[in-house]
Design a protein around this ligand. Structure first.
Ligand code: NIG
Ligand code: FE
Length: 407
């Protein structure tokens, strides 16, 4: 088994309860696919047969994790971007049959190969900036065959690109057009047919729902999550994005891994989230693109110790964003997260939001060796600059995925 010894590194480990978990003048040994040792330069193990990488004080971080995306879809929604600039709101566009429904049409008419080819450059853009784990949701198919088609494409992206890929079933993303006026019947179909079939094909790692005035009620969302629980699947939920329907509290009471968006979450609800173990996934890309002004209750989340993750929410409507570094900057600038919170948000807390924190998300002995070397010396640089990609090399599970920046 091959070994790699990183020396003279500054390491933001994301270990510990808060902050960067910073180690300066440090070394890290990878053995096979795992981290075998991490500590001070003076105490490092002998190199032996290991390949030695001199980091020259540059920064190592865990591989970044994008824990909420909708990267597989047909078409685009640039026309709606123009409509919103002329004054139409996201909800108005959805109400007149645009929005998610228009992507559903384009996704249904695309083949698996077309969806794969369209998603590839989006996924690669994220990967180029050090992303080693991506979650991809279904939710633009809205019938069994098309939801399964999306999830198959997601699985194939992971296999082809050597990524860690989590597939989330989001059949209750919007009401399928053929069920207009019959939302409860659609939810029954999701629970009784779509979800069990997708699970039987081995395509579901978690189940998500969109609880919102333009999507499903809290009770409808709860039916889907209850069914997912019966099937033994982890839960997630899009909640409190445009209004407060009480979805976050319901989902956390059912033990959801994460509740996502949260702009309209009340400070009082945050208290109920606090001890639930659910992660608050913040999506500043959607906040920015929709020119939202209602901020998620960041201070309350921080005070109550709710873990905060960040994600791209990459999708054709509310967040055509394919850069986690930009998301980190937006989280600091728009939501006033600290750069340390931003880094935790795309590493250890994103791992928690996927239920993968025992394997990835921090640089600690025994974890998988998903490691990024950056051309910066201080971790705040990752959130601070816009439009420069300082990623030098990426190791995934102990193997180099890209090392073009290493001489
Ligand atoms: O997370 N909020 C619901 N779903 C996506 C948007 C999907 C779309 O507009 O196509 C989101 O923002
Ligand atoms: Fe989303």
């Amino acid at each position: 088994m091959s070994q790699t010894l990183f020396i003279n590194a500054t390491i933001a480990t994301s270990a510990g309860k808060s902050g960067y978990g910073l180690r300066e003048n440090a070394a890290l040994l990878v053995d096979g696919d795992r981290i075998d040792w991490i500590g001070d330069m003076g105490e490092r193990p002998a190199a032996g047969d290991a390949e030695v990488i001199d980091c020259a004080r540059r920064l190592l971080t865990p591989g970044l994790i994008d824990c909420h995306t909708h990267l597989v879809y047909g078409g685009d929604r640039a026309d709606e971007f123009e409509q919103r600039l002329e004054g139409a709101s996201y909800a108005e566009i959805a109400a007149r049959g645009g929005g998610i429904a228009s992507t559903v049409k384009a996704t249904r008419s695309a083949s698996e190969t077309e969806l794969f080819d369209a998603a590839l450059p989006r996924v690669k853009a994220l990967m180029d900036e050090g992303v080693t784990t991506i979650e991809i949701k279904s939710g633009y198919g809205l019938d069994s065959d098309n939801e399964i088609k999306m999830l198959r494409v997601a699985a194939r992206l992971g296999e082809t690109l050597g990524l860690r890929l989590q597939k989330t079933f989001l059949g209750a993303h919007a009401l399928a057009p053929e069920f207009a006026g019959r939302a409860d019947d659609y939810v029954t179909l999701v629970c009784d047919q779509m979800l069990p079939r997708a699970q039987a094909e081995g395509l579901v790692d978690a189940v998500d729902v969109f609880i919102e005035s333009i999507a499903f009620s809290r009770d409808q969302g709860e039916r889907v999550l209850a069914r997912a629980q019966e099937l033994g699947l982890p839960l997630k939920a899009h909640v409190e994005q445009l209004s407060n329907l009480g979805g976050a509290v319901m989902a956390t009471q059912r033990g959801a891994l994460s509740v996502d968006h949260l702009e309209y979450l009340d400070a009082a609800d945050v208290v109920r989230l606090a001890d639930s173990g659910s992660v608050a996934v913040l999506l500043p890309g959607a906040f920015y693109v929709l020119r939202e002004t209602q901020l998620p209750p960041i201070d309350a989340l921080r005070e109550q110790g709710v873990p905060m993750a960040l994600a791209s929410d990459a999708n054709p409507g509310s967040s055509p964003v394919h850069s986690l570094l930009l998301i980190m900057n937006m989280a600091c600038t728009l939501f006033r997260l600290t750069p340390a919170e931003a880094l935790r948000g795309v590493t250890i807390n994103a791992a928690r939001a996927l239920g993968m924190q025992r394997e990835i998300g921090s640089l600690e002995t025994g974890k998988l060796a998903d490691i990024v070397l950056w051309q910066v010396e201080r971790p705040a640089m990752l959130s601070y600059r816009i439009g420069i990609n300082p990623c030098v090399a990426i190791m995934q599970g102990g193997c180099w995925r890209s090392r073009g920046g290493l001489s």
